[in-house]
Design a protein around this ligand. Structure first.
Ligand code: CTP
Length: 385
């Protein structure tokens, strides 16, 4: 199931041996297992420790500094390993997580834990760090992400043992998104958006019971404790692919997923095509444009008067940030911001202030006005096409 390159296999061999020595079970879980079962490339490597991840990695480092990796289980030199170097990158005490680079490969280690949601959509309260894997799996979003794989040493080779208490493997085969309990969307409404992400990335669809749970939740969401940051982070990931942004936006509006954070949106379905285009035209990450439309006050229409000169258009837009130019186009279907951005914004007069000083101008208002006139002439000579 896992097809790791030699370098990574060596790392898991050492981790599995150390886990065995310490009697500490270690697992892969979440996206890594899901993607491997789906035959997709595995992204980041995450390891879950049934115990304290910080103690595990620090202990592993100390053991390896004392030659643990170089001696195999029989006490002989391990011919595979000539170099095993662990560099601890960061430690997060309150969640008991630790990031390490092992032989140059970055691995995140987390401890098993439980999570409580005192209010719908709040950041979860972490408890019971080091709990049994079965208890940890309960806190997860979908069955497809609640499959664990234990990394075990058997007869001096690494074996991977699947733990699938929620039938996630079957749901992967069926392409179904199913939460683990009926309060799940209420606990963490961003799961609706994560589900949409899995729908657009892998074509998974919500099960019928999940559709009902979402519909009921959206009828009367309790936003009092909602972590807007968490919603934004989930949307940021969802919109980071320009290819999926259009469908994501349409789904959020048509299926009323915006109810997670607001009652009636100001943003409109008919903007979607221009929002997608504007990311390309104005060279902006698509998530930046969509997050701005979702969460910030929308701009007033600047709309240049008909027959405006290039110079007037230039002056209308020159103080706007690129994102605000993009919104003028996307929201008001006004092409002047594109003309300004592509043709006018970098135009400079042919002569500089120094040139004019040399020609006998004095520092002051007249020189400023002369430079403005030069700019105006230059701008007005640019053809509209
Ligand atoms: N998770 C969850 N609820 C969330 C976020 C994450 O239960 N709101 C759990 C899931 O088990 C998930 C794991 O944490 O698989 C890791 O989350 P994350 O890294 O955000 O996503 P992946 O599922 O790994 O998927 P990918 O990175 O491919 O999007």
């Amino acid at each position: 199931m896992f097809n790791f390159c030699k370098e990574i296999e060596i790392i898991f061999n050492i981790i599995a041996r150390y886990a065995q020595k310490e009697s500490t079970p270690v697992y892969f879980v979440g996206g890594m297992v899901r993607d491997a079962l789906m035959g997709q490339d595995i992204g980041d490597i995450d390891i879950l420790v049934e115990g304290s991840a910080i103690d595990f990695v620090k202990g592993l480092k100390e053991a390896c500094d004392n030659g643990f990796a170089r001696i195999n289980v029989h006490g002989a030199q391990n011919p595979l390993i000539d170099r095993f170097f662990i560099d601890i990158k960061s430690v997060h005490e309150s969640f008991n997580t630790i990031k390490a680079q092992i032989n140059g490969i970055e691995i995140d280690f987390a401890s098993t834990r439980e999570e409580d949601y005192p209010h719908s959509g709040c950041l979860p309260v972490v408890k019971n760090i080091g709990c049994p894997i079965r208890v940890d799996l309960k806190r997860r979003d979908f069955t497809i992400n609640a499959i664990a794989t234990r990394i075990l040493m058997v007869d001096n080779t690494v074996k991977y043992e699947l733990i699938d208490i929620y039938n996630g493997i079957e749901d992967i085969k069926q392409g179904k998104l199913r939460v683990l309990h009926d309060k799940s969307y209420n606990d963490d409404p961003t799961r609706v958006l994560r589900g949409l992400d899995f729908n657009l990335r892998f074509n998974f669809t919500f099960s019928n019971s999940d559709k009902n749970l979402i519909e009921n939740f959206l009828k009367s969401p309790d936003r009092t404790g909602l972590s807007l940051d968490r919603v934004k982070l989930t949307l940021k990931k969802l919109f980071s692919s320009a290819n999926r942004a259009k469908a994501a936006y349409e789904n959020i509006l048509l299926k009323k997923f915006y109810k997670i954070w607001c009652d009636e949106p100001e943003f409109k379905l008919e903007w979607v095509q221009r929002l997608v285009e504007s990311a390309k035209i104005f060279n902006l990450p698509s998530e930046e444009i969509f997050l701005k439309v979702f969460f910030e006050n929308l701009p007033a229409n600047l709309n240049a008067a008909e027959n405006s000169s290039n110079y007037e258009i230039y002056n209308l837009y020159k103080n706007l940030k690129t994102i605000d130019l993009a919104l003028q186009y996307a929201i008001f279907d006004d092409k002047n911001p594109i003309f300004y951005y592509e043709k006018l914004k970098d135009i400079k007069p042919d002569l500089t202030g120094d040139d004019l000083l040399k020609q006998g101008y004095k520092q002051g208002k007249a020189l400023g006005e002369a430079l403005s006139r030069l700019l105006e002439e230059k701008l007005n000579s640019i053809p509209r096409s």
